[in-house]
Design a protein around this ligand. Structure first.
Ligand SMILES: Cc1cc2nc3c(=O)[nH]c(=O)nc-3n(C[C@H](O)[C@H](O)[C@H](O)COP(=O)(O)O)c2cc1C
Length: 397
């Protein structure tokens, strides 16, 4: 593997194992989950999306009380208005039956579209955290430069090589390459209905992005097993980011019905849908998605605001058929392990795959910085990946 590009620091000090718990807004990511992953040698993330600025700050204070290891905070980029107001009004009328069924009024679609971006930036600049990542767009170069001055490592989610080039141009330290397999929202920089159905699978996207930019790659989408982590590292990623796999951990704050649905044989398929938020997001196919997905408009965050109350009411009523059950394509492989055990298991599986057929080097060698991509041993590394993987145990063990 080639070394990290000049001028772009590799995320060397951020984690001992190349396993990142994806930021998951809506409750799944919380300080307990993120701290457990960071303590286990991976990198935990807080999700600031949908939170108040104070809510974000309180979570940062909490995680600092739980771990001294690095962690990340993820922000939603403000969204331009792309919707036709009359399409939102039509969708509001189409959801009237849901409002009656759940005995809950629909929300105000104009409840805000910037997710408190500027205020959250101000907090993160005043009191820097180790990593900040962005989704739904690319921040201005000045914003990324200000984080660089503060010593914060920045990551921009991308779903195409063009978006990766935009992130490179703006000065991001790394890109989070999100395949079409991913659970939750696609982090596309612009929601373009004309691009529906053109999403790229993770392994192909990693190769395309690596051809386009010389930034470290964090791979995400559908990763549930260490063998898949081995595959994305072999393809050139510096780390793997997993959402659905961590969503079911006991520390995750996801609704228990959401966790159970991942392996419930009632839910066999996932689909990208605008039904819940107006922006394509992958979830388990349930009644709400089936009924409203076909005509839901491209109108984020208006549709998110419209349906928030309905989704809460469905959860309170114990009805997963009305909830947004975000899930990646690998959901059936979810294992409800404590987060630290899941990190250990994933690392063991990754090593097993990567070192098949060759002797792992001694522990001392293995503890060299895993992202040193020069292959000093000259042996091509595990299974021809060219990696000198850090496979040391947890620091506390
Ligand atoms: C419940 C849920 C919430 C998510 N929320 C966010 C978020 O707030 N910010 C973000 O950048 N990505 C979010 N994602 C996407 C993840 O960062 C990641 O790309 C995705 O989970 C990877 O696919 P996987 O779930 O198959 O591992 C979310 C995913 C899920 C499943």
């Amino acid at each position: 593997m080639s070394s990290a590009p000049s001028g772009s620091p590799a995320p060397s000090d951020l984690f001992r194992q190349p396993v990142i718990a994806a930021p998951m807004a809506g409750g799944a990511s919380n300080p307990r989950l993120a701290a457990a992953v960071s303590e286990a040698g991976g990198l935990g993330f807080l999700a600031a999306g949908y939170k108040t600025t104070d809510g974000m700050y309180q979570e940062i204070k909490q995680i600092r009380g739980l771990t001294s290891r690095p962690f990340g905070v993820n922000l939603f980029m403000p969204q331009p208005r792309i919707s036709d107001p009359s399409a939102v009004e039509v969708y509001r009328q189409q959801l009237a039956g849901e409002s009656t069924w759940y005995d809950t009024p629909l929300g105000d679609p104009e409840s805000g579209r910037d997710d408190g971006y500027e205020a959250k930036l101000a907090i993160l600049r005043d009191d820097p955290v180790p990593v900040v990542s962005f989704t739904f767009g690319c921040p201005a170069p000045e914003v990324l430069a200000s984080f660089a001055r503060a010593g914060t490592y920045t990551v921009v989610t991308v779903t195409t090589p063009d978006e990766a080039q935009a992130a490179r141009w703006a000065g991001a330290d790394a890109v989070c390459v999100q395949g079409i397999e991913a659970g939750g929202h696609q982090g596309t920089h612009r929601d373009d209905p004309a691009a529906d159905g053109t999403g790229i699978g993770l392994l192909t996207l990693i190769a395309l992005v690596r051809d386009a930019v010389d930034l470290p790659v964090i791979a995400t989408g559908g990763l549930m097993r260490g063998s898949q982590i081995a595959a994305v590292l072999a393809a050139g990623a510096s780390a793997a980011q997993l959402g659905t796999a961590f969503l079911v951990c006991p520390e995750s704050g996801a609704n228990p019905l959401h966790k159970q649905a991942m392996t419930n044989p009632l839910f066999v398929r996932t689909e990208l849908t605008r039904a819940f938020t107006g922006r394509p997001a992958r979830g388990l196919v349930n009644r709400f998605l089936r009924e409203h997905g076909p005509y839901a408009p491209a109108a984020y965050p208006e549709v998110h605001h419209l349906t928030t109350g309905l989704r809460k009411a469905a959860a309170q009523a114990g009805d997963p058929q009305g909830m947004a059950l975000w899930a990646g394509q690998g959901h059936r492989m979810a294992r409800a392990l404590p987060a630290a055990d899941l990190v250990d298991t994933l690392v063991a599986e990754w090593q097993h795959t990567a070192w098949q057929g060759s002797e792992p080097p001694e522990a001392a060698e293995r503890n060299t910085a895993w992202q040193d991509q020069e292959d000093p041993a000259g042996d091509g590394g595990p299974a021809g990946t060219g990696r000198t993987a850090a496979v040391g145990g947890r620091e506390d063990s």
